[in-house]
Design a protein around this ligand. Structure first.
Ligand code: F6R
Length: 370
């Protein structure tokens, strides 16, 4: 049942190229339009949207954070992302022209379900992204896009996360499409890149040996790990830290790299491991320059820096202690690649500490209580 792997998590990490390919398959029709599964909303309803709220918990929330960057860039619709457990207890400003996107692997997370009901009470439209056909959240939504990760057994989400990203990109591109032809060129170029992503994820997975080695070193030397990123690398840093907390029971924290000097940099001591998610040096070179300065700042205080960067990024190779290379990709799609080594890092570090990888203490796969 574990297909020759030691853990379900290892199996599920390796299933990611297929899971993402399955999630994309058949979703783009002959005319290049994105197809949702169950839609109780017209194209006009989608055109009327003037604000997007994404609600989710945990890893699904991190997929939402990535999506904000994509939706605002592609559609110019304001997009907010909020933890479902916060959204549901406050008084968000919603109406018929608000689209609430609920992301839930299980489709049964109580806080996310309650956020959906809270949104519907205020006449907002709800689109859900779920891995579980017929589960409660999709049933109560106006439109659904299912991820096709297959059953995820390990408590720590891996393939479900990557397929959520893929589905979220499709939703962003769908919104861009229904709003008009203005974005057509960019949308079709990004669709081509999305279709190429599974092959690149497979390449990342083939090259995880150095990551495992670094994880074992950190297990032997450290009691905490910090993650930094900017732009879409910031939610990836949060996700890397969450994986490490839940699997290794280690203190791990993700920061927006620009926030370091506003407090967290005082955590750095000689040898503190810092994992930096470095954006592509092409195109948005300003972001790249900024993260290089952040790497220099933490190194000057003694940190040991592991950088996740694009292959051939010579500048990062000069500044970081170790690099983990991922294939080139448009910045907005990079999380599909950069999240993967962090999953493996957490799993390997936790293994070295003797943890139960598939069933970490105190956690349940589906959180149906409030
Ligand atoms: C972390 C993890 C959790 C879930 C969260 C939401 O690895 O799996 O943080 O992401 O409990 O679950 P769903 O997506 O089922 O609503």
């Amino acid at each position: 049942e574990k297909g020759g792997y030691d853990t379900f998590m290892a199996k599920e990490i390796h299933e990611q190229p297929q899971a993402v390919a399955d999630t994309l398959r058949g979703r783009i029709d002959e005319s290049g339009q994105i197809v949702l599964d169950e839609v109780r909303m017209s194209d006009q309803d989608f055109r009327d949207i003037d604000k997007v709220f994404i609600v989710a918990c945990g890893t699904s929330y991190h997929a939402g954070l990535v999506t904000k960057y994509a939706i605002e860039h592609w559609t110019r619709i304001p997009c907010e992302v909020e933890l479902a457990s916060e959204f549901r207890y406050r008084d968000p400003v919603l109406d018929r022209s608000t689209l609430v996107v609920a992301i839930s692997q299980s489709g049964e997370t109580m806080d996310t379900l309650m956020a959906v009901r809270h949104a519907k009470d205020q006449k907002a439209r709800v689109l859900s992204i779920s891995n579980t056909v017929g589960s409660t959240i999709p049933r109560e939504s106006d439109a659904v896009l299912y991820t096709r990760a297959g059953i995820e057994v390990a408590v720590a989400s891996t393939k479900a996360f990557l397929t959520q990203l893929a589905a979220c990109y499709l939703v962003g591109l769908h919104l861009a499409q229904v709003r008009g032809i203005k974005y057509a060129d960019e949308v079709s170029a990004i669709l081509d890149e999305l279709v190429a992503a599974p092959g690149k994820i497979a390449k990342v997975i083939e090259n995880l040996d150095p990551v495992r080695e670094m994880a074992r070193e950190c297990a032997a030397n450290g009691d905490r790990v910090l993650f930094i990123g900017r732009h879409v690398g910031y939610p990836v840093a949060l996700e890397g830290a969450l994986k490490l907390k839940e699997l290794a029971y280690l203190h791990a924290e993700g920061f927006a790299a620009g926030e370091l000097k506003h407090g967290p940099i005082s955590l750095i001591e000689t040898g503190t491991p810092v994992i930096a998610i470095v954006p592509s040096p092409r195109g948005r070179s300003l972001l790249h320059d900024k993260i290089i300065s952040n790497i220099q700042e933490v190194k000057a205080r003694g940190a040991r820096v592991i950088a996740v960067c694009e292959e051939g990024d010579k500048i990062t190779a000069v500044h970081a202690d170790h690099v983990i290379e991922t294939p080139a990709s448009p910045t907005l799609l990079a999380p599909l690649l950069t999240a993967v080594p962090l999953q493996e890092f957490a799993a390997e570090l936790a293994t070295a500490l003797g943890r139960d990888i598939d069933q970490p203490r105190n956690l349940a796969k589906s959180v149906t209580v409030e």
